[in-house]
Design a protein around this ligand. Structure first.
Ligand code: MN
Length: 396
């Protein structure tokens, strides 16, 4: 049997981020979501390059997973060539429709869901630290939702020369609804609410619009992308044009505001961005109440510390090594307003000779954790480069 799909798709910058690094593809028979990450324009480049390379699978003759691995190599190569894009990466959750089967290829924490007879089933597994801890029984799904490392990916496209791709074949039938989405949706909207929203909107475009709206209403902490695929029998009378009408190329939003010129996180287990787990929204609400109470009751310093100081990041040194700090590099009235989050292997003495890092001892402030990690990665790259040059002096 052959089926066809009606598509609704929407991507949105959300309410916090300055640029949209998500992208999607909806070109029959290929449907995909990519959530890019990396400093500069890296995230946008990674997600759109991955989708561009994915197009090769549209002929149905290429192996989808192999095309995804090629896309991985393309993103990795570009990241290696262009220092401004170093360390960029992207998630990719892609389906190729053939007859009544969806071939799935997946890397990262974007997701595929299947809604059938009112039941929403998650098809993909998040490649995140917390999902691994849940699998190992070391964390409950509830704990995972509020875990400080819930945002850290264990795998992404473009950060290594090779990537292991999850594959699956999903048999679909008329009446099924498939959702492909980025973590900007699932981090903000619980699965029970996804079911409700998907049930309220018969039209796939209205459904994807409503999902994005719900994520924004819940805070819109991240870029949000939702691609809704309604499976129909091939005898459905609607003309093909009706399908392609709702199909757009990845609608990337306005470019991100310029940030400090640093390379993006290079190590894959440090890729940033991402929240998973349904209890998130409840947790956010709980946190807001907690902070309100703290301000009212405790007032002053403590609230300032929660609201502001803990949101600050900087790179400093600890025992002669470069270290990542959360807080501010000062101790007014003897209050220490920072703590070491991570001590790296980088010797401070090899970093401070670089003019841009000479203030390491006082602390180099960063906009956020991602930024701080990007600074460290840039330091590492600079130090490695210097070591290389020391070994091999430039030729004649
Ligand atoms: Mn995201």
């Amino acid at each position: 049997m052959t089926v066809r799909v009606r598509v609704g798709a929407r991507t949105d910058v959300g309410r916090v981020r300055e640029g949209n690094e998500d992208a999607y593809m909806a070109q029959d028979p290929l449907y995909a979501v990519a959530d890019g990450m990396g400093g500069h324009q890296g995230g946008e480049v990674a997600s759109s390059l991955a989708l561009e390379k994915l197009e090769k699978a549209a002929d149905g003759r290429s192996d989808l997973a192999e095309v995804v691995r090629e896309a991985n190599r393309a993103v990795f190569a570009k990241a290696s060539q262009d220092p401004g894009l170093a360390g960029m990466g992207t998630t990719l959750t892609a389906v190729l429709l053939q007859d009544d089967r969806m071939h799935l290829a997946h890397v990262g924490d974007s997701r595929m869901y299947l809604l059938r007879d009112g039941n929403l089933e998650r098809i993909t597994k998040d490649h995140t630290v917390v999902e691994r801890l849940v699998d190992e029984g070391r964390l409950t799904p509830q704990e995972a939702g509020i875990h400080p490392q819930r945002s850290i990916l264990t795998k992404a496209l473009g950060v290594d020369e090779d990537v292991e791709v999850d594959v699956a074949d999903v048999d679909v039938r008329p009446g099924d609804r498939v959702l492909l989405c980025s973590d900007g949706l699932t981090g903000m909207v619980e699965e029970d609410d996804l079911v409700l929203i998907l049930g309220q909107h018969g039209d796939p475009q209205a459904a994807s619009d409503a999902l994005v709206t719900a994520a924004n209403d819940a805070g819109g902490q991240d870029n949000i992308t939702a691609v809704v695929l309604d499976v129909e029998g091939d005898d459905a009378a609607a003309p093909q044009a009706a399908v392609t009408e709702t199909v757009e190329r990845p609608a990337l939003s306005e470019p991100a505001a310029p940030v400090a010129p640093q390379a993006a996180p290079a190590r894959e287990e440090r890729l940033e961005g991402r929240a998973v787990g349904p209890p998130r929204r409840r947790w956010v609400r709980g946190l807001v109440w907690l902070v309100v109470i703290l301000i009212v009751v405790g007032g002053g310093l403590f609230a300032v510390k929660r609201w502001w100081v803990d949101r600050q990041w900087y790179v400093g040194q600890s025992n002669g090594r470069v270290a990542l700090y959360q807080g501010i590099p000062a101790a007014p009235l003897g209050f220490h307003l920072s703590e070491v989050v991570e001590v790296t292997e980088l010797p401070a003495g090899e970093v401070t000779p670089f003019p841009e890092y000479r203030n390491l001892a006082e602390g180099i402030t960063a906009e956020n954790e991602e930024d701080a990690r990007a600074i460290v990665d840039q330091m590492r790259a600079d130090v490695n480069e210097a070591r290389r040059e020391a070994r091999e002096p430039p030729g004649p």
